[in-house]
Write a protein that binds this ligand. Structure first.
Ligand code: ZN
Length: 267
């Protein structure tokens, strides 16, 4: 399936790259606000639901912005008839809870989401790894195989909830970090020709890279790696409630801010 893409005057469509929203509409709205006016086409790398309290609202928001979306492992688990026995207990209880909350039309939307890899304009979209949507790519060694086999110079992936990625030059893989600093919410990656990129925009709803701000990316004329300020201390200081404070208890899910600082123990 090839997604239809238009072109703008300077020869490139500018994409908003979303991933791992995890039913956190507060964070998604913060991201959409931060990215306003910077993109023409949204894409989403999966995991619209799971963990957070707003599965219906997130699905409706993603649909309303016309995002081209692939499924994540949580989307698959929620629409499956079987118990997700490879999920940790928190993820599994979120699956059960989400199944009960989903409106039929939203469940139907999740069910029809294609599995990655999905070819896009000049890049590919995957949730986990190119050869396995459920596999995590954390290390250069894990990235190496995928990059060698990649059908495009740029592949966007999610699943790890860690913003950054990998670059393949010759047979060497480098690790890319994106940390906007100095009060600037955006940082830029200058793309080089003849380099293969595996890029993760980070998680909107449940970051696991030690930075609780919701993460996104926009490509390609410049890649914007943004941290939209949802759920971090700065945001709290401005009087906006974090999902943990304001939403999860009301929706019956226990707050678990500590997951923000763990990288590998969660599905
Ligand atoms: Zn996820």
């Amino acid at each position: 399936m090839m997604m239809p893409m238009g072109r703008n005057g300077d020869g490139g469509m500018r994409y908003l790259v979303l991933s791992d929203i995890h039913a956190n509409v507060t964070a998604l709205d913060a991201v959409l606000g931060a990215a306003e006016g910077r993109w023409q086409q949204a894409i989403c790398l999966g995991d619209l639901v799971g963990y957070g309290p707003d599965p219906n609202e997130v699905i409706e928001r993603v649909r309303s912005i016309g995002a081209v979306t692939i499924r994540g492992n949580h989307d698959k688990a929620v629409t499956s008839a079987t118990d997700p026995d490879d999920f940790n207990p928190i993820a599994r209880s979120a699956v059960v809870w989400t199944r009960a909350q989903l409106r039929p039309e939203n469940r139907g939307y999740l069910e029809q989401l294609p599995k990655g890899p999905l070819p896009a304009d000049n890049f590919f979209m995957v949730h986990g790894a190119l050869h396995d949507e459920d596999e995590y790519v954390f290390t250069p060694a894990q990235a190496f195989e995928g990059l060698l086999d990649a059908p495009a110079k740029v592949v966007f992936f999610g699943h790890t909830h860690i913003q950054g990625g990998f670059a393949l030059r010759g047979d060497e893989v480098g690790v890319l970090h994106f940390k906007p600093t100095g009060g600037n919410p955006f940082s830029t990656l200058a793309m080089e020709p003849n380099i293969g990129y595996l890029l993760n925009p980070g998680s909107i709803g449940q970051p696991r890279d030690g930075d609780a701000r919701a993460a996104l990316a926009a490509e390609p004329a410049a890649f914007f790696w943004a941290l939209a300020g949802c759920g971090n201390r700065r945001h709290q200081a401005s009087g906006v409630k974090t999902p943990e404070e304001g939403r999860r208890p009301a929706a019956g899910l226990k707050p678990r801010p500590s997951v923000l600082h763990h990288c590998s123990a969660f599905s």
